[in-house]
Ligand binder design. Structure first.
Ligand code: GAL
Length: 417
């Protein structure tokens, strides 16, 4: 069997004396003039964030052309499939988006990624990122991605105007939500709008978090919480009752159209991460007047976090430019250009807080508050690897149809990898 393109590149790099860490430019070679960056930030509310980051990158690196390889589809559902094919075919982009946490486990095991420790040392990033985040991206002492932000998953969005018309205030428990749902339905609105499978999983993780609490929820992924126990079964039953108060039968194609129903006043609530903040602002709405948000029921003072990050694949065609892209992602300037636009807070702890206003000022205060409990998102790659996650997707697709909580719990527990 001959060598794959990646192996040939690695062998070539060894001959040229290139460092295996961080993929720098060979001495004397012409610098890379282009960088191809793969992400799923192609839709409204997300592409604007990427554009802000790219604008800052171009200002810092005027000689490098940015090749935007974004593939549309919320939460990367489509992009991940396209990326898998490219990686299998030894056709990696120069850098690709992934979540901090266990999502990258399979790519690391497959040898797809460069270890970035050298770049971390050079840039001093270990001193600038929260210890918990560094821990979530460290695998056998190595680090394979550069986090650009922190998003919060557990948020309930609403229109103040609609709630005023309904004489309601946002529920702080799911039991309260179910009480309100009758009133909302009588007035001809959908209590909670929902979209495709990944948004149903996103709802599930936050119902589990709200009902089981931070420790019980975290234990689901570490093995400490019993999937067949009473509390989990009750939370799963509750999830089916909540789903029954959604428009799942005529669910939206993606997260933006599901939020549109809240904006249009045909749905009372939508549960989504804080990329919704960016989307609502790009629709011309102002925080507190045009839209409001609270922690999803039962999760006050808990931050269900996820972090977008970028990688350096082995065999990247332009490793020198890719390295510059990663430096941009990890920089104060890059994070402060990107996050205010993206609806996220910076991964770094030393950025300019004055740039975060409206919802983001409150998010940054919560994130920085030592009293805030931090847990990791299921849907967005923090707490489970892609193998388990894919099996959960399959089980969930059945569960939303058959409502069989015991079968779902059993399928998830046995699929643990
Ligand atoms: C998440 C990602 C966010 C946002 C969201 C919706 O997985 O981390 O940045 O893009 O999907 O597409």
């Amino acid at each position: 069997m001959g060598l794959s393109r990646r192996e040939l590149l690695a062998a070539g790099a060894a001959v040229l004396g290139l460092s295996g860490c961080g993929g720098g430019e060979p001495t004397g070679a012409a610098p890379d003039r282009k960088v191809e960056v793969f992400s799923w930030w192609a839709g409204p509310g997300e592409k604007e964030g990427l554009e802000a980051l790219v604008a800052d990158f171009k200002a810092t690196n005027p000689g490098i052309e940015f090749d935007n390889a974004a593939v549309a589809g919320g939460a990367g559902t489509v992009a991940r499939t396209v990326l898998a094919t490219r990686l299998e075919n030894d056709d990696p982009p120069d850098s690709y988006q992934a979540h901090a946490g266990r999502e990258l486990s399979a790519h690391i095991a497959a040898g797809y990624l460069e270890d970035l420790r050298e770049l971390y040392r050079e840039q001093g990033w270990l001193q600038k990122l929260p210890a918990g985040l560094v821990e979530s991206i460290t695998v056998d002492s190595a680090i394979y991605c550069v986090p650009v932000n922190i998003h919060r998953s557990n948020l309930l969005w609403y229109s103040p105007k609609t709630l005023a018309e309904l004489s309601l205030t946002p529920p702080s428990t799911w039991a309260q939500f179910l009480d309100q749902a009758d009133t909302i339905t009588r007035r001809g609105l959908t209590p909670l709008s929902i979209g495709p499978g990944w948004t149903q999983k996103h709802l599930l993780e936050n119902v589990l978090l709200g009902e089981l609490g931070a420790d019980g929820y975290t234990g689901l992924w570490t093995g400490r919480t019993d999937w067949s126990g009473g509390p989990v079964q009750q939370a799963l039953q509750l999830y089916t009752q909540i789903l029954a108060r959604t428009d799942i039968a005529a669910g939206s194609g993606d997260w933006q159209p599901a939020l549109d129903k809240v904006v249009a006043g045909t749905a009372a609530y939508n549960l989504m991460g804080d990329w919704a903040d960016a989307y609502l602002r790009t629709n011309g709405l102002a925080f507190t007047e045009g839209y409001g948000v609270v922690a999803s029921p039962g999760t006050d003072r808990v931050y269900n976090f996820l972090s977008d990050s970028f990688t350096l694949p082995k065999g990247a065609p332009h490793p020198g430019a890719a390295r510059k892209w990663l430096i941009e992602c990890g920089s104060v300037g890059g994070q402060d250009a990107f996050n205010p636009q993206k609806g996220s807070v910076p991964a770094r702890t030393d950025t300019d807080r004055s740039k975060y206003t409206g919802y983001l000022a409150a998010a940054l205060a919560d994130w920085a508050d030592p009293a805030t409990r931090v847990v990791g998102s299921l849907t967005h790659g923090v707490v489970v690897d892609t193998i388990w996650s894919t099996k959960i997707d399959t089980a969930l697709a059945s569960f939303v149809q058959d409502k069989n909580a015991a079968a779902f719990a059993n399928a998830v527990a046995t699929a643990r990898s």
